[in-house]
Design a protein around this ligand. Structure first.
Ligand code: HEM
Length: 361
């Protein structure tokens, strides 16, 4: 565990060891909603009124409500449609010598999928991409100066959409969330914004990097690429190894010490911020043999790329399915793909949360 000062000036702790991280994810005295700590008053933004920033019992209610509609069955039912979208995107690229893998494939695929699940019209997808990138990259990002305006536009759009779906609900996820809200006053208006925003951002910003980072790892390890080409059935373990070796989410979200307490030899003070360095825990030599090697034949990988405990990623089955279909199809259509620039010239995205390159030519 390391004491650190985070970019916003907050002091706290960074958990870097695997075992410490597992314990931290399950520690009830590390909470997500800082305003619950006595003496701290904090305004909750519209974007944080969701399960990721809540503690029990609110967490269970919010997660349960989304889980009711966002089921493993719904994800499995999307399999055919994800393959169709993948094939359509790859057909456009077929025959070209140069492609921009992120912009032309890794980004559109998860966006189209999550927009279809949520019920966002196809013509509005680009707006969602802009707002989502603006929000996640924040003050260091490309759209830093326009961020406030983007947030206003985003909320305005959602407000209009919620009103429309209230009058004429469809079979999409947002309509189902709205209906649940009206049935048993389970989702407040603010929570509806919070939950939908979380799903949009999680659906846009993570899987794109799973696809990109997996391609990069395979290109950097030609023998593993060759192995996967010859044994496509290894796709499942290849995705798990990619999640461990080069996970799309670098750090967990923040947790706060509810009170003073000793945690595995370190004294946490009430109100201190704790984050888990997921990428570090996934290469902990006390947990993984040869952690810096990329080996797609590993049988099982207890990586923490999706977190652990009550906040463990709700979208993991969807992300895995998208990753598997995307990589398998890409290798089928472009078996001889190569990086078109020097590896060191690739530019990484700013911000502390997502880990991925801006483009892979
Ligand atoms: C939570 C990673 C894709 C929805 C999380 C957390 C991680 C994570 C690490 C926990 C954060 C923490 O405890 O601080 C990832 C990765 C993905 C991915 C690596 C892709 C490879 C998705 C997708 C969706 C999604 C596609 C939905 C469309 C969520 C939600 C939570 C969450 C709703 C909050 C769960 C809760 O607090 O109970 N994700 N995610 N994620 N993720 Fe994902």
């Amino acid at each position: 565990m390391y004491r650190c000062v985070f970019p916003d000036g907050q002091s706290g702790w960074m958990v870097t060891r695997y075992e410490d991280a597992v314990k931290a994810f399950k520690e009830a005295r590390l909470i997500k909603d800082r305003s619950m700590i006595a003496g701290i008053s904090e305004h909750q933004s519209v974007f944080t009124q969701n399960m990721l920033f809540s503690d029990p019992p609110d967490h269970k209610r919010l997660r349960g409500l989304v889980q009711k509609s966002f089921t493993p069955r719904l994800v499995e039912e999307m399999r055919g449609r994800i393959q169709e979208i993948t094939d359509e995107l790859l057909k456009e690229l077929k025959g070209r010598e140069h492609i921009h893998l992120i912009d032309e494939f890794a980004f559109p695929l998860p966006i189209i999928v999550i927009c279809e699940i949520l019920g966002v019209p196809a013509e509005d997808r680009d707006k969602f991409r802009l707002w989502s990138t603006s929000l996640i990259e924040g003050r260091n990002g490309e759209y830093a100066n326009d961020m406030q305006q983007h947030m206003k536009d985003f909320i305005h759009y959602l407000k209009f959409m919620f009103e429309k779906l209230r009058d004429t609900p469809g079979s999409d996820l947002i309509s189902q969330l709205i209906v649940s809200e009206e049935d048993g006053d389970t989702l407040t208006e603010g929570e509806l914004y919070g939950v939908v925003t979380l799903l949009i951002i999680a659906g846009h910003e993570t899987t794109v990097n799973l696809i990109g980072n997996t391609v990069l790892a395979l290109l950097e390890h030609p023998e593993q690429l060759e192995l996967l080409r010859n044994q496509p059935e290894l796709i499942h373990s290849a995705i798990e190894e990619s999640l461990r070796y080069n996970g799309p989410v670098e750090f967990s979200t923040s947790r706060w010490a509810r009170e003073d307490f000793d945690f595995r030899g370190t004294r946490f003070k009430k109100g201190e911020m704790i984050i888990v360095a997921l990428s570090s825990t996934n290469r902990d030599s006390m947990e993984f043999d040869h952690p810096n090697e990329f080996d797609i034949t590993k049988e099982k990988s207890p990586h923490l790329a999706f977190g652990k405990g009550i906040h463990m990623c709700l979208g993991a089955p969807l992300a895995r399915l998208e990753g598997e279909i995307a990589i398998r199809s890409l290798l089928k259509h472009f078996p001889l793909m190569k990086l078109d620039v020097d590896r060191n010239d690739l530019e990484w995205r700013p911000g502390m949360i997502v880990r991925g390159v801006k483009e892979i030519p």
